[in-house]
Design a protein around this ligand. Structure first.
Ligand SMILES: Cc1cc2nc3c(=O)[nH]c(=O)nc-3n(C[C@H](O)[C@H](O)[C@H](O)COP(=O)(O)OP(=O)(O)OC[C@H]3O[C@@H](n4cnc5c(N)ncnc54)[C@H](O)[C@@H]3O)c2cc1C
Ligand code: FES
Length: 344
């Protein structure tokens, strides 16, 4: 049954199709609600149900607590309308250019480059005459043959759109990353859906920006920095990149080069396990700890974070304790795929 949904305060309306979540229906109708994992794990899509009833597909308790649910909050990526009455939700819509269209496309792996023992860089070539319009920071879902999907951030700026660049970390036992490291060869064909997500630099503010990446969380941040350089932006950008060892800062020289060439860009690498065999005179510890140690008052900043969920969770608390307003923390938590294999 189709149900009418209204978004407040914009007043935008759309209908859900049977079995569709509120987020799926909104995105299909071109309304941009904030989201990231679409799996009920990260909490980015959380908003209030003002009237009507919804039920939830499975989700993780860290994304929506029982108390929040009782107070009328919902995860729109997992919420289905219940009954046939209209549903009214409160959500912050995001202004996104009209030419961002989610497509399903084939692509060819044009080049593979091992950036670190467990990080592979892929350059994907789209079919001739196809271009993907996206915002720096967004991701794509690689569509596997059996219907599973895996999310990876696009690591290059849309201005350099001949290839799509991905940075793939080899997850022990990982289905797709294992395939990339052990089986896949250059010229392999893949399919993907994208662009997805709402992790991109908001252009409506002049506040200084802290970019906080951990591991391959550097990928979307790289795209954001490159896009900002292409546009000639002069907004202060301070990049913190956390990794275990020096080898895991797999494009360290690139980041050093940005900071050397541009007065408005600063770069602070942070190692959590520098190891005794390596000469490292830089910062140590976790990346979010370095940010809060440097900035006791974050009330005038915007922070963009991407990387493992545990880093994002730790950062939320640490940044709020330094006065960063909740809406000024934008993040992509690299949640693991929850496999849903569509029935044939
Ligand atoms: C919005 C978004 C953007 C992302 N961008 C990137 C990116 O640019 N680069 C990147 O490397 N990853 C990224 N990820 C994470 C990536 O999608 C997952 O790690 C994915 O599950 C890897 O697929 P796989 O098939 O190799 O492993 P799977 O088959 O999904 O995982 C196998 C097992 O390993 C566990 N696992 C999966 N991932 C991890 C992990 N990261 N750490 C520890 N255990 C894990 C799972 O619990 C599972 O049991 C992103 C995720 C999201 C949601
Ligand atoms: S919990 Fe809904 S997008 Fe992550």
């Amino acid at each position: 049954m189709s149900v009418k949904v209204r978004i407040e305060p914009s007043g935008h309306e759309f209908d859900t199709a049977p079995g569709e979540t509120l987020l799926e229906a909104a995105v299909r109708e071109g309304f941009h609600l904030p989201y990231s994992c679409r799996n009920g794990a990260c909490g980015t899509c959380k908003g209030r149900v003002l009237s009507g009833t919804v039920s939830h597909q499975s989700y993780e308790a860290k994304a929506l607590s029982e108390a929040e649910k009782a107070a009328g909050l919902a995860l729109f990526c997992r919420a289905l309308p219940e009954g046939d009455g209209p549903v009214v939700i409160e959500a912050r819509e995001i202004g996104v250019a009209k030419d961002i269209v989610i497509k399903t496309l084939p692509c060819r792996v044009a080049r593979m480059e091992k950036l670190a023992p467990d990080v592979m860089r892929l350059f994907l070539k789209l079919p001739q005459n196809e271009r993907l319009q996206y915002l720096a920071g967004q991701y794509i879902d690689i569509l596997l043959k059996d219907g599973r999907r895996r999310g990876f951030s696009i690591a290059n700026s849309p201005a350099a759109d001949e290839f799509l660049e991905l940075h793939i970390r080899h997850v022990p036992g990982g289905l797709f990353s294992g395939h990339v490291f052990n089986v896949m060869q250059e010229r392999a064909l893949l399919r993907f859906e994208g662009p997805l997500g709402t992790f991109f630099l908001r252009g409506d503010s002049e506040k200084p920006v802290i970019l906080m990446a951990a591991g391959t969380g550097f990928a979307p941040i790289k795209a954001i920095v490159e896009q900002s350089l292409t546009e000639g932006g002069k907004r202060p950008l301070h990049l913190y990149w956390g990794a275990r060892t020096r080898a895991d800062l797999y494009l360290h020289d690139l980041a050093l080069g940005w900071a050397a060439a541009h007065a408005h860009i600063r770069y602070t690498p942070v190692l959590s396990r520098p190891g005794s065999g390596e000469a490292w005179e830089g910062r140590t510890g976790y990346v979010q700890e370095a940010v809060v140690a440097d900035w006791p008052d974050l009330s005038g900043f915007e922070v963009y974070g991407s990387g493992p969920p545990r880093m994002i969770e730790a950062a939320k608390e640490a940044l709020a304790a330094r006065g960063l307003p909740g809406p000024a923390f934008y993040y992509d938590a690299f949640e693991y795929a929850r496999d849903v294999v569509p029935s044939p």
